[in-house]
Design a protein around this ligand. Sequence first.
Ligand SMILES: [Zn+2]
Length: 104
Amino acid sequence: MRSLLPPLPSGQARALLVNDAYRCPEHNATTPNSAKNSVHMQGLAADIRADGINPRELEAIANKIPAIKGIGRADNQDYLHIDARETPARWCYDAAGKTEAYYA
Ligand SMILES: [Zn+2]
């Protein structure tokens, strides 16, 4: 997972925080907005945030990293989901928490 984490612009961020990485099935079942077959249960995903960088800026950085195939931006909770699934997917949760898929 560490190799997936995006390099951050120097001087802009003080810390990259991983909110959520591996989830056991029981934890996944009680996590809001989680997919039943979430890649979090395979240890292939992380939900991250960084001091001084908003989710849109973090998304732009993640988009440049080929190993990151799944990107979900959560504007409503100020984090970015990244993962190493096989088929690329992009989505976001709007301010009301509603899922809006770009493609999946
Ligand atoms: Zn996630």
